[in-house]
Design a protein around this ligand. Structure first.
Ligand SMILES: NC(=O)c1ccc[n+]([C@@H]2O[C@H](COP(=O)([O-])OP(=O)(O)OC[C@H]3O[C@@H](n4cnc5c(N)ncnc54)[C@H](O)[C@@H]3O)[C@@H](O)[C@H]2O)c1
Length: 304
């Protein structure tokens, strides 16, 4: 198949693109390199440097290439930036996605897969872990823009019969995650530990997240690519881990007994987040296989 991977120079998109190439597909990457890097682009992919918010770029690319599938990972994905710059967040995440959806239906794309977020679309959870039926009450512009995209996908599915796949990722970690900026606590901690610098934990460090290894996320993408119906499913582990425990595992991988420092808690940060992988297990045969300890070991080794 001919597949467009947007955001394929970034962390998750580059792993997904690599897998699709290994499966024998033709992969084109569209990325503006705002947080991604050319070094991440897997051999065999055709790289187009460009912005999903530019309708002329998107129209030109879709007209030339005629994709079978779009796998959309390009995004403004920093929750705090979305709070500071909600207009920019909406421009990239909502209008950029609409550009792609419009061209997808104009050029006969068969399937559109979208990287959404289980952490942000559910908001403060009413029960744990959240399944796909959990109410969606995002508390950040980022969560709102991702949920808006989910609704647009559903509209394009009903109106234009576009096959859609919505993957609600938990906190994804692994090799190639960018440690600069404020997203990606595993990458930030691993980078600090490699440099022998002290790690700062926000607040008491007892806030929890669901950490899923990027290899498992790639496996979910590969299964969803082959699946023949519309899907909305969580890509998480169902396991809640607090930041102090996460640090302890990483420090162990680094062979250090350096203690973390505690900084002020971040205002508005969600306290607990964990999503259930059961639906994906039942419908797709997908289950996360890499334990947190193994995943953190692999991630730490990739930062050395
Ligand atoms: N990392 C996580 O824990 C996580 C969790 C939930 C959802 N997601 C979603 O998964 C996707 C990938 O996230 P990631 O962690 O790999 O982030 P990333 O920042 O590494 O990747 C995003 C990529 O998109 C590119 N990009 C950004 N704006 C663009 C634009 N306007 N035009 C073209 N390219 C653009 C960036 O250069 C980068 O390469 C995002 O949609 C994100 O919202 C990630």
């Amino acid at each position: 198949m001919k597949i467009l991977v947007t955001g394929g120079a970034g962390f998750i998109g580059s792993h997904v693109a690599e897998k699709f190439i290994a499966l024998g597909h033709e992969v084109v990457i569209l990325d503006n390199l705002s947080t991604g890097a050319e070094d991440n682009i897997p051999p065999g992919a055709v790289f187009v440097e460009g912005d999903i918010t530019s309708s002329s770029t998107v129209t030109d690319l879709f007209g030339r290439k005629r994709f079978d599938v779009v796998v959309h990972h390009a995004a403004q994905m920093n929750v705090r930036h979305s709070v500071e710059q909600p207009v920019f967040d909406a421009q990239v995440n909502i209008l950029g996605t609409l550009n792609l959806l419009q061209e997808a239906v104009h050029t006969g794309v068969g399937k559109f897969m979208f990287a959404s977020t289980g952490g942000a679309v559910y908001g403060e959870q009413e029960y744990f872990p959240a399944d796909e039926q959990h109410p969606t009450n995002p508390v950040s512009p980022y969560g709102i823009s991702k949920l808006a995209c989910e609704k647009y996908l559903s509209y394009y599915q009903i109106q234009f019969d576009l096959k859609t796949v919505i993957m609600r990722y938990a906190n994804v970690y692994g090799p190639r995650q960018n440690p600069h900026g404020e997203a990606g606590v595993v990458a930030i901690f691993a980078d600090k530990l490699v440099r022998g610098e002290p790690v700062i934990v926000n607040g008491d460090g007892l806030q929890t997240r669901d950490y899923v290894y990027v290899g498992d996320v790639v496996a979910a993408n590969a299964l969803a690519l082959e699946h023949d119906s519309h899907l909305t499913f969580n890509v998480g582990t169902g396991i809640e881990t607090d930041v102090v425990t996460l640090y302890r595992h990483l420090a162990q991988a680094a062979g250090t007994d350096l203690q973390p420092k505690h900084g002020p808690a971040k205002a508005g940060e969600q306290r607990r987040s964990v999503i259930s992988p059961k639906w994906g297990g039942k419908r797709l045969g997908w289950t996360p296989e890499v334990t947190l300890k193994e995943g953190l070991d692999r991630t730490f080794r990739s930062f050395v």
